[in-house]
Design a protein around this ligand. Structure first.
Ligand code: AMP
Length: 418
C-alpha cells in the first residue's frame, strides 16, 4: 500500500521519500507516551493528530488535531486518516481492525502485523522463539473454563516450567496486571485458577533475576537501526520505579543486550520505535521478557541523558528521516511519580524543583489514582549512582512536608530497589 491509497487525498510527501516537517503525524492512543511524542513532533515542525477513546487523555491536550471517539467509529476513522500523512501508536493494545483500517489509508509504523505480534504473549513468545531469542521456559494455556480444568492445566504446564512460576493473561496485560505468582509448592492460588478458567494465559518459569534491563531501538523504513544505551530498571509492586542509563552492568552484558534487542526489533519487522525488555539472570543469561512496539517508560531518561531522545527518534523513524545519535551525553536516572504521592494532598513541587538538576515532567492527568503514572523526575550527573540519588532525593522532597495541602498523613514514597 502506498500513502493515501484508498482515499482521495494527495499525501504531502511521496511515500518513497521522507515525510517532512509541515506534514501531519497521526498517533493512536492518548497516554503520556503520545503526549511526549506530540511535543517532540511539534518542536520539529510537524502537526500532530491524536486519536484516543478517553476524553481526558493527556496526549489530546498536546495535539493540533485531537480526536476523542471510540476506536470503532467509522466517521472518526475517515476524518483521522484523511488528515494525516503517516501514523504511529503510543499503546499496543488497540483493536486489530482499527490498525488494519488505518494501514489501508496511510503508512502505519510499526505495521499492524508487527503490533499484533506484541499484543498477545503467546504469539509474541512464538515469534521471539522463531527469531532465536532466548526466553524463560514457558507454556501457552487455553482458557480452561472451570477452576478444576485450570488446576489440571497448571499441573501439566508446571511439569514443564517448574515451580515457582508466573501465570500471565495472554492479552492486554501491562505493569504486572493480570499476573499471579505460582508458589514453589502448595495448592494452586485461587486467583490463578480464576484467571486461567476465564481466559488464555501463558505460564512462565519464575526467573531468578539479577537485574531487569531494557533497550529502546529505532528502525527506519530503509532498515537503518540505532539502539539507545541499555537501561537498568527497578520495579516496585510490578511498576517501574527507577531507571538508570547506561545500566550498571559489565560491557559484555550491555553488548549482548543491545545485539539481542537489535535482532528482535529487526526480526519483528518493526519500523518506528520499540523497546525490548530483558531479564538478566543470576547466572548471567539474558532472556527476553517482552517487546513494546512504542516508546517505553524506561526511555524517558533519554530526554535528559542522550543526544536525541526516544520521542524525537520515533518521529525521525516514523517519517523516514535520518535517525539521531542515541548515545548518552551523561549518565541519567528517572523515577516515576505515581498517584500514591497525592495521598497527602498536592505534592510539594517547589521542594522537588529545589533539588538542583532535577527535571520534572507531569502528564496533565486530572485524577491521581494510586498506581497511576502521573509524571516522572529525571536527572543527569557525573555517574549513574549520583543521578539515581538525585532523582530519589527530589521525589522524597515531594512528600516530606506531608504535601502542600498539609494533610496529616504523608503518602508513602514507593520503595526503590536501588
Ligand atoms: P511484565 O508485565 O511481564 O513485564 O511483568 C512485570 C514485572 O513482573 C517484570 O518487570 C518483573 O519485575 C516481574 N516478572 C514478570 N515475569 C517474571 C518472571 N517470569 N520471573 C520473575 N519476575 C517476573
Amino acid at each position: 500500500m502506498t500513502a493515501g491509497e484508498g482515499s482521495d487525498r494527495v499525501p504531502a510527501t511521496p511515500a518513497t521519500g521522507p515525510i517532512l516537517p509541515g506534514a501531519t503525524l497521526g498517533v493512536l492512543g492518548g497516554g503520556q507516551l503520545g503526549r511526549m511524542f506530540a511535543v517532540a513532533a511539534r518542536r520539529l515542525g510537524y502537526r500532530v493528530a491524536v486519536w484516543s477513546d478517553e476524553r481526558d487523555a493527556p496526549a489530546l491536550a498536546a495535539a493540533d488535531l485531537p480526536t476523542h471517539a471510540p476506536y470503532d467509529d467509522a466517521a472518526a476513522l475517515a476524518a483521522f486518516t484523511a488528515a494525516i500523512d503517516v501514523c504511529t501508536v503510543e499503546f499496543e493494545n488497540l483493536p486489530g481492525e482499527l490498525l488494519r483500517e488505518v494501514e489501508r489509508h496511510v503508512p502505519l509504523r510499526p505495521s499492524a502485523d508487527a503490533i499484533a505480534a506484541t499484543q498477545h504473549r503467546g504469539r509474541e513468545k512464538r515469534a521471539l522463539a522463531g527469531l532465536g531469542a532466548p526466553l524463560a521456559p514457558w507454556r501457552p494455556l487455553e482458557a480452561a473454563g472451570t477452576p478444576q480444568a485450570a488446576a489440571a492445566a497448571l499441573e501439566a504446564a508446571t511439569a514443564q516450567t517448574g515451580r515457582p512460576a508466573v501465570l500471565k493473561t495472554a492479552g492486554f496485560g501491562y505493569d504486572g496486571k493480570g499476573q499471579v505468582a505460582i508458589p514453589a509448592d502448595g495448592p494452586w492460588p485461587a486467583a490463578a485458577l480464576a484467571l486461567l478458567a476465564a481466559q488464555p494465559c501463558v505460564l512462565e518459569a519464575f526467573v531468578d533475576l539479577a537485574l531487569e534491563l531494557s533497550v529502546v531501538v529505532a528502525r527506519s523504513p530503509d532498515g537503518q537501526v540505532r539502539a539507545f544505551p541499555v537501561a537498568e530498571n527497578h520495579h516496585a509492586r510490578h511498576v517501574l520505579d527507577l531507571t538508570v542509563m547506561p545500566a550498571r552492568v559489565a560491557t559484555d552484558v550491555a553488548d549482548r543486550a543491545e545485539a539481542l534487542a537489535r535482532r528482535v526489533v529487526t526480526g519483528l519487522g518493526v519500523v518506528g520505535l520499540a523497546c525490548v525488555e530483558l531479564f538478566l539472570t543470576r547466572d548471567g543469561d539474558l532472556w527476553v521478557n517482552e517487546v513494546a512496539p512504542r516508546p517505553h517508560n524506561s526511555g524517558h531518561v533519554t530526554i535528559e541523558a542522550c543526544r536525541v531522545d526516544q520521542f524525537e527518534q520515533q518521529v525521525r523513524a516514523v517519517c523516514g528521516l535520518p535517525l539521531g545519535d542515541p548515545a548518552a551525553v551523561r549518565p541519567g536516572a528517572m523515577t516515576n511519580l505515581l498517584g500514591d504521592l497525592w495521598g497527602g494532598g498536592e505534592p510539594d513541587w517547589p521542594a522537588a524543583l529545589a533539588v538542583d538538576g532535577a527535571r520534572l515532567h507531569l502528564y496533565g492527568k486530572a485524577a491521581a489514582r494510586p498506581g497511576r503514572k502521573m509524571g516522572h523526575l529525571s536527572a543527569v550527573a557525573e555517574d549513574a549512582d549520583a543521578a539515581a540519588a538525585l532523582v530519589l532525593r527530589a521525589r522524597a522532597a515531594l512528600t516530606r512536608g506531608g504535601g502542600l495541602a498539609g494533610a496529616a498523613t504523608p503518602a508513602p514514597v514507593p520503595r526503590s530497589h536501588a
